[in-house]
Write a protein that binds this ligand. Structure first.
Ligand code: GLN
Length: 486
């Protein structure tokens, strides 16, 4: 089969279960495509480990003990710790680090039968919107290699869009699943905060971090999400005490009468006209499918930028204190005493953006500034969450753009971190509120670059979101389009 690498997770799972292809055959195809590390998407590849997993899958398929996704390959963002592959979180400070255990999400996907292709490049500690902050070099967008893939899960999005993996995991703290999915023309979902365990997910901002799948379609995301989620209270006390769901079961439900809220703040000045045109086109499709568009307001949308860029760095400054050269990764060579060792290790090990966040975070938490910044931000965060609950009185899901523009060119924002922060405006509100959100391919804009439609649901409404996305994907073929040569 020549197009194995273009098949969906669903199609691959079926072919594997019916033994029309073997896991080794599928895996070999992807490993061959990963040769030479196209787009710099991977940070660790070990074909021996991967093939051994595929062989084990074939044995399970033969003896009837196969899991639902047995033999289907997946690649993991390098923020998930793995026993069999190195884990760096895109940082020099963790160079060569190997975890003694697997993250819960990794373990669950293995239990479902998935074969690990390797670890994916990302912004250092998931801080960024363009994958330009990785210590191991940027990732290219398969649609145009002169452009960024988005971030921080840039390797995940590029791997799926480039036909290097049928699916990938991502993490989303302020948009890191949705925005790269949008920039690379794939589908990604960030579930409700707490749905997926954070155990073994290297912490950036713990009150916001959430894992989710990235794949070509909503159907594929549903399969992965069902396998990833579920309570893990012994290991992540913020994981929700509720079982996972079969998110595929409700796909194909009618969306006749579905009320789609259109927040006016998501369509104002600053939204590029090409993005707006694609998003409007998708909304018209929804109307044709019987949905009703309802104007709503999320009045504190703009405030989500300062609020997020206070809370996330504050949490990061605390979380990243564990990287001191004592237990993990890099340690400076020449130092005079312990404090000097800490200082030099961290100065050498962290990149500029990470240092900027640690300093910002330490500042907003410091005595005398805490009330003015951190406490104030927490109060507004609550108001942002309340705004959503008001909006959900009038609508079932919320729709808008994922990002104000299509993927930008390398270097365009390189010396202007604030430009990247501002581009997070549409993904941050749902993150601050802990709501599920997704990106669904909605068309193409300037330079033929993909545009994503963002769908935001109320808490625990992932099934409804995935169904809405699936209905759009049945009516359109944007998610089936591929970059040239893939
Ligand atoms: N761009 C945002 C940031 O840099 C979001 C990143 C993320 O979701 N991990 O913090």
């Amino acid at each position: 089969m020549s197009d194995l690498h273009n098949l969906s997770v669903k199609a691959l799972a079926t072919l594997l279960q019916t033994k029309e292809v073997s896991a080794v055959e599928v895996t070999t195809r992807f490993l061959a495509r990963m040769g030479g590390n196209p787009h710099n998407a991977f940070l660790d590849i070990d074909s021996e480990v991967t093939l051994a997993q595929a062989q084990a899958s074939d044995a399970k398929l033969a003896d009837g003990t196969a899991g639902p996704l047995e033999g289907v390959p997946v690649a993991h963002k390098d923020v998930f710790v793995t026993q069999d592959f190195a884990t760096t979180a895109g940082s020099k400070i963790l160079s060569g680090y190997r975890s003694p255990f697997d993250a819960t999400v990794v373990q669950r996907l293995r239990t479902a039968g998935m074969v690990t292709l390797g670890k994916l490049n990302c912004d250092e500690f998931a801080m960024g919107s363009a994958n330009e902050n990785s210590a191991y070099g940027p990732v290219q967008n398969p649609w145009d290699t002169a452009r960024v893939p988005g971030g921080s899960s840039g390797g995940s999005a590029a791997a799926v869009a480039g036909g290097l993996a049928p699916a990938a995991t991502g993490t989303d703290t302020g948009g890191s699943i949705r925005q790269p999915a949008s920039f690379c023309g794939i589908t990604g979902i960030k579930p409700t905060y707490g749905r997926a365990s954070r155990y073994g997910m290297i912490a950036y901002a713990s009150s916001l971090d959430q894992a989710g799948p990235m794949a070509r379609s909503a159907e594929d995301c549903a399969l992965l999400l069902s396998a990833m989620c579920g309570a893990d209270l012994d290991r992540d006390s913020t994981s929700l005490d509720m079982p996972s769901e079969d998110f595929s079961a409700s796909l194909n439900s009618s969306i006749e009468g579905l009320r789609i809220g259109i927040p006016k703040e998501f369509f104002g000045e600053g939204l590029a006209t090409d993005v707006r045109a694609a998003v409007d086109g998708a909304l018209r499709e929804y109307e044709k499918l019987g949905a009703k568009l309802v104007p709503i307001s999320l009045p504190r949308t703009e405030l989500s930028i300062p609020v997020y860029y206070i809370i996330a760095p504050a949490e990061a400054s605390s979380n990243l204190s564990r990287f001191d050269g004592v237990k993990f990764g890099h340690r400076a060579k020449d130092y005079t005493d312990l404090v000097d060792m800490y200082k030099k290790t961290r100065a050498e090990g962290f990149g500029n953006e990470v240092k900027r966040r640690i300093m910002t975070g330490a500042y907003v938490l410091s005595h005398g500034y805490y009330d003015a910044y951190y406490l104030q931000a927490q109060k507004i965060r609550r108001m942002i969450a309340d705004d959503f609950q008001n909006a959900f009185k009038e609508c079932d899901v919320i729709a808008g753009p994922v990002a104000p523009s299509v993927a930008w060119k390398f270097g365009e924002n390189a010396n202007d971190p604030v430009a990247d922060y501002l581009a997070d405006i549409f993904t941050l509100p749902a993150s601050l509120a802990g709501l599920p959100g997704m990106s669904v391919p909605a068309g193409f804009g300037a330079g033929g670059m993909p545009v994503g439609l963002q769908l935001i649901g109320n808490y625990f409404k992932e099934a409804q979101l995935l169904n809405a996305a699936h209905r759009l994907q049945q009516a359109t073929d944007f998610h089936l389009q591929k970059p040239q040569g893939i």
